[in-house]
Design a binder for this molecule. Structure first.
Ligand code: AMP
Length: 280
């Protein structure tokens, strides 16, 4: 496994190692969710590249850029075990050298939900992902359903800008009690950690209602909110029952719905979602 820091090293290795390439972009502090993406990439490509970069442009001024957890040595040993070919760990100055002033903006689908709660977030995400795609030139890139809106935004960007690659969205990996794995779960105290499965519980309650025939979007949102409200340690930022393509809030959810939420528990801002499609 080669570990490099510069754009020119990535490009050189990309040229030297023949065959199809899968890319897994990450911010590091890897957990089983990230590793599931790497395994899928390993199964579907001749070569696998992983980027580890805590991207400053996708963090707001009052967010956790400085405190975001990092453990590069541990990350590299996990990736080595999975047979990754190339890891790129750029410095901020390599990604954003002096004079940098070009950004990629996806419009409608970045406005609601995470886009409304975190102004500028998706501009940072799409810009860095476009750069990763240009440098690695992968045949496939792997993203998690955990960040549902991010996956939709990236798919839109790839289509609109004709990036010659396939986006593969992989299922959310959860702890045994249902909490979606996240690098940010480390912020939770034991008491907060015990409360955190409330996100998945509320999603499952809305899913069960939907499967039983409750297709009114407002009532689905109310089901989720009432379960979250019953947990004193949880502060709900938003709950959503939205169109899975446009992310507009639905009145009639009978044709499928993306149930999603952002909830603060202590210092952690947690997001989770379930996608329901008519064949379920
Ligand atoms: P991050 O390091 O948080 O930027 O995540 C890197 C990639 O891993 C993104 O595509 C995430 O959606 C994905 N990911 C994060 N957590 C999970 C999870 N629990 N299950 C599946 N994929 C995940």
């Amino acid at each position: 496994m080669q570990v490099v820091e510069t754009v020119s090293d990535v490009r050189r290795i990309r040229r030297e190692l023949a065959g199809s390439w899968g890319l897994v972009p990450t911010m590091g502090y890897l957990h089983a969710g990230h590793l599931s993406l790497v395994e899928r990439a390993r199964a579907e490509n001749d070569r696998v590249g992983v980027s580890i970069f805590v991207n400053p442009t996708q963090f707001g001024p009052n967010e956790d850029l400085e405190s975001y957890p990092r453990d590069l040595e541990r990350d590299l040993s996990l990736l080595r075990e999975l047979g990754v070919d190339l890891v790129w760990t750029p410095f901020v100055e390599e990604m954003y050298p002096p004079g940098f002033q070009t950004y990629v903006t996806v419009e409608e689908v970045t406005r609601p939900l995470e886009g409304a709660a975190r102004p500028g977030h998706f501009r940072g995400v799409t810009t860095v992902v476009a750069k990763l795609f240009n440098v690695f030139q992968p045949d496939r890139a792997y993203f998690g359903q955990k960040d549902a809106q991010q996956a939709i935004v990236i798919q839109r960007m790839v289509k609109d800008l004709n990036f010659p690659l396939e986006i593969v969205v992989c299922p959310t990996v959860r702890e045994p009690d249902g909490l979606a794995m996240s690098s940010r779960n480390v912020y939770l105290t034991p008491e907060q950690r015990a409360a955190a499965p409330v996100l998945y519980r509320s999603l499952c309650a809305a899913r069960n209602a939907w499967v039983a025939g409750e297709h009114d979007g407002e009532r689905l949102r109310r089901i989720m909110r009432s379960i979250l409200d019953a947990e004193p340690l949880a502060q709900t930022e938003y709950v959503s029952a939205a169109d899975p393509q446009t992310l507009e809030e639905l009145g009639d959810a009978s044709q499928g719905v993306l149930l999603s939420m952002a909830v603060r528990i202590g210092k952690a801002r947690l997001i989770d979602n379930i996608l329901l499609t008519p064949d379920q």
